[in-house]
Design a protein around this ligand. Structure first.
Ligand SMILES: *[C@@H]1O[C@H](CO)[C@@H](O)[C@H](O)[C@H]1NC(C)=O
Ligand SMILES: *[C@@H]1O[C@H](CO)[C@@H](O)[C@H](O)[C@H]1NC(C)=O
Ligand SMILES: *[C@@H]1O[C@H](CO)[C@@H](O)[C@H](O)[C@H]1NC(C)=O
Ligand SMILES: *[C@@H]1O[C@H](CO)[C@@H](O)[C@H](O)[C@H]1NC(C)=O
Length: 494
């Protein structure tokens, strides 16, 4: 795998497009869809207005100074009041669809069905109808990190009852909006949420004895159970009349061996199983990857636990989970190289110790404003081929992909370069590798609140002026580039 060489070769392209001969002159298929994405908490603002209840994030960022630039999402892009400007931007781009999320605590301020916020219902009806009026298909993410505070208090995704709470909430969304929503995404990035966010949320509150090695897998287990239950609910109650499709959004870097050695190759496979296989293997094959079952089982018993820290599914749960997807939805930004870690893997119980793999980025890969995001388009193509070969050649939708740069970069040539290289590898995957990739979503429509990075890094195709009360949106050069890709369906006509 020569990621290094090609990325280095294409770096010159950053400053001189014409000198790069790598860019394909192929055309995206007629049926291929382009979209842009956002999430409620990152753009809506209006955090305490119009009947919205507090979310986990509202609580945490006001309780603990975790946001690097001291900012918050009280106003963010003010999309709650300015969604018409978002729709205008989407129309200008010419996207086929807009992937946004519904804020659970805006609709259900206490988290449960006993209190439904009519202003929340009205807001999402306005947004959905506004999109449809412009010919933009609304794609809804049901949960994107913003747990209602009362449910967070009850243990968030560690609490097995969340399976019922989530399914009740999803059922309400199908009733309210399902006549117009044809693409549903249940839960965003459980890997990120369960392996990182949920432990940090405890740590943020100063509780030092985080039960790592337990919380990650409980969270993941409940996510899978909630997703499957929701999928089956939709299938039984709504699918025949509403005719929509459902999946869950998985995120993964692509893990590639640092060398051809057997140990490094094996390390890459283990990491793929822990990152992607954790959720995808149950959906495709009905259970966790064998490497997870073995590693976590062995470590748990060596550590003196009377059970494996990785829970197991009942027969009924397996039956519900297997095949509970209409396509595979993936967020992918970057790749990583893997080597075995030297630790025993059993000193500490944690997700990282259970896979026991060390990862790093090749120093030659072009960087970004986010330390975790380095440019490796070949990793993207390899990931698509891996999904095809290991998960029964599924239909694949990229639900997020994008590049981080410094605030206020309007002439964002590095973002254009990133999209051009990644989309180029998407074309190769479609035409040369026969991958069934059918849609591509840029993250993000707008510069937005990037969780604990605040507004210090930016992903938007549109700049947002966070100093200005109007939150003025301005297209960056990348917006023009993406618009051009969508209208020509090619990467070569600039
Ligand atoms: C771009 O590359 C071409 C071909 O290598 C060269 O002729 C041209 O001068 C370059 N343009 C710039 C602006 O560097
Ligand atoms: C596309 O590129 C190939 C070789 O890279 C060339 O043979 C072909 O003529 C090109 N097609 C168009 C439409 O430019
Ligand atoms: C909502 O939050 C703002 C701070 O963003 C605060 O000034 C205002 O008093 C709050 N409103 C209510 C109704 O609590
Ligand atoms: C430990 O791992 C081995 C494979 O290396 C596997 O055969 C065995 O079942 C595992 N033990 C447990 C308790 O999972």
């Amino acid at each position: 795998m020569q990621c290094k060489w090609i990325v280095t070769g294409c770096l010159t392209l950053l400053f001189n497009w014409t000198s790069c001969q790598e860019i394909s002159n192929l055309t995206f298929p007629d049926s291929f869809l382009f979209g842009a994405a956002s999430s409620a908490y990152q753009i809506e603002g209006a955090w305490n207005e119009s009947g919205k209840g507090p979310s986990k994030w509202d609580f945490i960022i006001h309780a603990v100074p975790i946001v690097v630039d001291g900012s918050n999402a009280e106003v963010a892009c003010d999309s709650y009041h300015r969604y018409n400007e978002d729709i205008a931007a989407l129309k200008e781009l010419g996207v086929n669809y807009y992937r946004f999320s519904i804020a659970w605590p805006r609709l259900l301020p206490r988290g449960f069905l006993n209190e439904i916020n009519p202003d929340g219902v009205q807001y999402y009806n306005n947004l959905i109808d506004g999109l449809l009026a412009e010919g933009i298909e609304p794609w809804v993410t049901i949960f994107h990190a913003d747990t209602p505070f009362p449910i967070y208090y009850l243990g968030d995704w560690n609490n097995a009852n969340i399976v019922e709470y989530f399914t009740d909430y999803a059922d309400l969304l199908f009733q309210l909006f399902g006549d117009r929503i044809k693409t549903w995404l249940t839960i965003n990035e459980p890997l990120m949420y369960c392996a990182t966010f949920i432990k940090n949320a405890v740590r943020f509150l100063g509780q030092v004895s985080v039960p790592t090695g337990v919380t990650e897998y409980l969270c993941g287990h409940n996510v899978l159970r909630a997703h499957a239950k929701t999928y089956r609910l939709y299938e039984e109650k709504y699918k025949s009349s509403q005719k929509g499709r459902i999946s869950i959004v998985l995120n993964t870097d692509f893990s590639m061996p640092a060398s051809d050695s057997e140990a490094d190759v094996n390390a890459a496979q283990t990491k793929r199983d822990f990152d992607l296989g954790w959720f995808l293997h149950p959906l495709v094959y009905g259970d966790y990857p064998q490497r997870m079952i073995d590693n976590i089982g062995n470590h748990s018993s060596a550590q003196g636990y009377p059970f494996s820290r990785l829970p197991s599914f009942t027969v009924k749960e397996k039956k519900d989970i297997i095949g509970a997807y209409d396509f595979i939805a993936i967020n992918h930004y970057t790749s990583e190289l893997t080597v075995p870690n030297n630790s025993s893997g059993i000193t500490v119980s944690s997700y990282d110790d259970d896979h026991n793999i060390a990862t790093f980025k090749d120093p030659s890969w072009a960087g970004s404003a986010a330390s975790w995001l380095k440019v490796c388009p070949q990793g993207f193509r390899e990931m698509l081929v891996y999904l095809k070969n290991h998960y029964k050649n599924p239909e694949i939708v990229i639900t997020e992909q994008g590049y981080a740069d410094e605030p206020n970069t309007l002439n964002d040539m590095e973002r254009i370069n990133y999209y051009r290289l990644y989309l180029n590898d998407a074309l190769k995957a479609i035409y040369e590798d026969g991958v069934k990739l059918t849609a591509y979503t840029a993250w993000s429509l707008l510069d937005s609140f990037e969780w604990d990075s605040g507004y210090s890094i930016r992903f938007g195709l549109y700049h947002v002026d966070f100093e200005d009360g109007r939150r003025t949106r301005t297209p960056k050069e990348s917006a023009r580039f993406y618009k051009n890709v969508i209208s020509t369906r090619k990467l070569t006509d600039l």
